[in-house]
Every structure is written in structure tokens, then in C-alpha cells.
Design a protein around this ligand. Structure first.
Ligand code: CTP
Length: 409
């Protein structure tokens, strides 16, 4: 089989050196990568590095190898163009259709999915000119990742950091996978949508060293976040105790307990088009929290742990019981892990919680928890039932978005 053709565009920001890692991931996983740096980016990483790592010739100008018409061919033949890092200048040129070097020419001739991973100082990112350019590119079907928040060049901290190259690679993989399944270009169907995803498992503290927890790894929630990002959505990922690397482009909110998760979900859901509750939420929490470590006492039986109910976040957002959505028109999705009577329990739960979709899977000692694969049935409030065969969690995630997308108002 022919290797998928990826164009890695590199514009002139200090994060160019991090794109070397992205290139390595792409080549090592069987992609034929053509690096097209801008002239400015060669101040940061030289053409020899790109050529050695990609195994392909590297040029910045349309005047090199003119007989091969590279300024047209490279874009025409690509399966994916990823511009990483994308500077404010590059976003502006792309948004306005300028074509003064090989990379900008390539962007105009590409008919495949295009992904931008911007990196710049916070002020440049937040400037209305940049924001309008980003909006233009997204409207035209490009996926523009939000930069990460953190340490920038020098002493500054803020939004504008280049996302982890390993995570940008993951987004590239998702985008390519979707187009290959669609046997063409799969348009990013969640552009302009804000989706909220909870992932992981809550921990309810008993004392400073102990908690009641569960075995959710968070991997399914992260797969939902990564696939939504690759489909163009703005993603708020509320994570509870996962320890997993942040997906490129997601806004991350970290929580510990069910009460904190509720607060974060309600806040993020206020302007969200869809809420997907993939987190395993503890139904109960210890009634009291011991500020000092609970000690055992010789000759005494352990004291029972009194528990109180946690709020049901999904039911609150979906309007279970009241029939009233917190935000009318919002699509609300729950997950249910069941050990017995999986489908019958799932149907009852869907009704009780009031959600639009419920992803039901059977769990057991060796099923689902922590694994890379999943198998499930997605139940819909209208009675539909979509079985998803055993496979990668990202495949299940894409089915969930396939079912959410047409339900969005
Ligand atoms: N959930 C929630 N708040 C809770 C408990 C669960 O939002 N306090 C959400 C989960 O995120 C999940 C769905 O509800 O999307 C179903 O979770 P599950 O634990 O299976 O449901 P329970 O209501 O706890 O039902 P059960 O009696 O089977 O434990």
C-alpha cells in the first residue's frame, strides 16, 4: 500500500525545533513526509535537518526544481498538510490566500485536510487580526488547534505555547483516519461547536492520604477529546485523576472530586453544544473528611464509613426527572458501565438520566478499564441502537460524534 503523503509546513517560530519530533513520529509510523519550511524558519532549524529526518528534498522557494512544478504538485498530491508551528504571519497569509513562497503556494493547491498548530506570544494570538484569520481558516474547513497554555519563550507564561508534538501527531492520525474511512476528504463537521467532555474517575477523600475511587483510566474520554479536536470542535476536557497527556488544542480543567466535577461541568456546559459525560463519578462520598490521618486502634473494630450521595451531574445537565435541559437544544451523552443485563439496564438508565445518547458497555475484571480497546452499544432516546464492535477507543469515539453531529441544532 502506498504511504500516506503528508506535507509538514514549518513557519518561523522558535517551536520549529519541536516539529522535528512531529516529523519523526510521522515518518516512523509509515508516512511519506515532505517538509516545506519557510525561509524565516531556517533561522531555527536548517534544511539539512529536515532533509535528513524526512528522507526527502527540502526547498522553501517555488524557483527550485521548476521543471517538476513543485509549487503545484506538492499540495495536489498531499493527503494531509500540517503547518506546525504556524506563526501569526503564516495564519494571516493563509487566511488571505497570499502565495509568496513554496509553503503558501502549497496551501492554495492542497485539496486535502489542512491542520494548523499555532504557536506565538499570547498578545499575538489574542490580537483581533489573528483571531479573525483563525476564524476565516476554520470557516473554510481547516482545523486550527488552540495553542496550549504554559511557559512561552523567555520568562512569559500564557496561551500561545506549541502543543506537545506527540499530541499533534495524534491529531494528524485522527484526521487522516477519518479521510481514509471517508475515501476522500472528511470535512471537519464539528467546526464552530463547543463540546464538553468529562474523563477519568473521581476520588472522594477520607483523610489526607486515602480516598474512595474507581478504576476508570480516562482513555475513552481522551479519545473523545482527540477525535472532536480533529473534527474541528472547541473542546473543554474536564479530567479527574487521569495522569494522561493533554490532547493538543483542548482547554483542560483538572478536578478531583464529584462535587468539583459538577461545578466544572456546569460552568463549561453553559455555552456548550454538547456534553459527554465519560467520567466515572462516585455516587457516594464519605460524610466527613478527617483532617488528620485516620489511625487504627489496638483492640478496636474499624469504625464504619458513613457515606452521603453525590449529585448526579448527568441527570442535572440532561434534565432527568424534570424533563428540562439546563441549556435547551444541547446534546447530552452519558456512559454506563454495566455487569449484568447490560442493554435493559442501559435503557432504564437512559430514561432516568434524560440524556440523548447512552454508551453502554459491559465491564468486568479484564474488560474496558485501562485498555486501549472498547466495545459498546450506543442507545438513543428515540429508540435507535448502534452496536460498535470491539476496537480502538477512538473508533467508538468517532461513532459517538457521528451520532451527535446530526443532533446538533
Ligand atoms: N454520572 C454522573 N453523576 C453521578 C454518577 C454518574 O454524572 N453522580 C454519570 C456518569 O458520568 C455516566 C452516567 O452518569 O455518564 C452513568 O454512570 P453510572 O455510574 O453507570 O450510573 P449510576 O447513576 O451511578 O447508576 P448505577 O446505579 O448503575 O451505579
Amino acid at each position: 500500500m502506498e504511504k500516506p503523503k503528508v506535507v509538514l509546513g514549518v513557519s518561523g517560530g522558535i517551536a520549529a525545533y519541536k516539529a522535528c519530533e512531529l516529523l519523526r513520529r510521522l515518518t516512523e509510523s509509515g508516512h511519506d513526509v515532505r517538509v516545506v519550511p519557510t525561509e524565516a524558519s531556517l533561522h531555527f532549524v536548517g534544511a539539512a535537518t529536515w532533509s535528513a529526518l524526512s528522507g526527502n528534498p527540502v526547498s522553501t522557494e517555488v524557483w527550485d526544481s521548476v521543471h517538476e512544478v513543485p509549487h503545484v504538485r506538492i499540495g495536489q498530491h498531499a493527503d494531509l498538510v500540517v503547518v506546525a508551528p504556524a506563526t501569526a504571519d503564516m495564519l494571516a497569509k493563509a487566511a488571505h490566500g497570499l502565495a509568496d513562497d513554496l509553503l503558501t503556494n502549497t496551501l492554495l493547491t492542497a485539496r486535502c485536510p489542512v491542520l494548523f498548530a499555532p504557536a506565538m506570544h499570547t498578545e499575538m494570538w489574542e490580537h483581533p487580526a489573528t483571531q479573525e484569520n483563525v476564524a476565516t481558516l476554520r470557516r473554510r474547513g481547516a482545523v486550527v488547534l488552540e495553542p496550549a497554555v504554559g511557559r512561552l519563550t523567555g520568562v512569559d507564561t500564557g496561551k500561545g505555547r506549541f502543543p506537545d508534538p506527540v499530541e499533534i501527531f495524534e491529531t494528524c492520525r485522527h484526521v487522516l483516519r477519518r479521510s481514509s474511512l471517508a475515501r476522500g476528504v472528511a470535512a471537519p463537521d464539528l467546526t464552530g461547536r463547543h463540546v464538553v467532555i468529562s474523563a477519568g474517575g473521581t476520588r472522594e477523600p477520607l483523610d489526607p492520604v486515602r480516598y474512595l475511587g474507581n478504576r476508570s483510566s480516562g482513555k475513552q474520554g481522551y479519545a473523545l477529546a482527540r477525535t472532536a479536536l480533529a473534527r474541528g470542535a472547541r473542546v473543554t476536557l474536564i479530567e479527574a485523576n487521569t495522569g494522561l497527556p493533554d490532547p493538543a488544542g483542548a482547554d483542560i480543567v483538572r478536578v478531583g472530586t464529584a462535587v468539583q466535577l459538577r461545578e466544572a461541568v456546569l460552568k463549561a456546559a453553559a455555552d456548550a453544544d454538547a456534553v459527554v459525560m465519560a467520567a466515572a463519578v462516585a455516587d457516594f462520598r464519605p460524610e466527613t473528611y478527617a483532617t488528620g490521618k485516620i489511625k487504627k486502634k489496638d483492640g478496636e473494630e474499624p469504625a464504619p464509613v458513613a457515606l452521603v450521595r453525590n449529585p448526579d451531574i448527568l441527570a442535572e445537565v440532561a434534565g432527568g426527572g424534570t424533563g428540562e435541559r439546563l441549556r435547551p437544544g444541547q446534546v447530552v451523552v452519558g456512559f454506563a458501565a454495566e455487569t449484568d443485563d447490560v442493554l435493559a439496564n442501559g435503557r432504564k438508565k437512559l430514561l432516568r438520566k434524560g440524556c440523548d445518547l447512552l454508551v453502554v458497555n459491559e465491564v468486568g475484571e479484564h474488560k474496558t478499564f485501562g485498555s486501549e480497546e472498547n466495545e459498546a452499544v450506543v442507545l438513543a432516546a428515540d429508540g435507535a441502537q448502534t452496536p460498535v464492535p470491539y476496537g480502538p477507543k477512538e473508533a467508538l469515539a468517532d461513532v459517538v460524534w457521528d451520532l451527535i453531529a446530526p443532533r446538533l441544532g
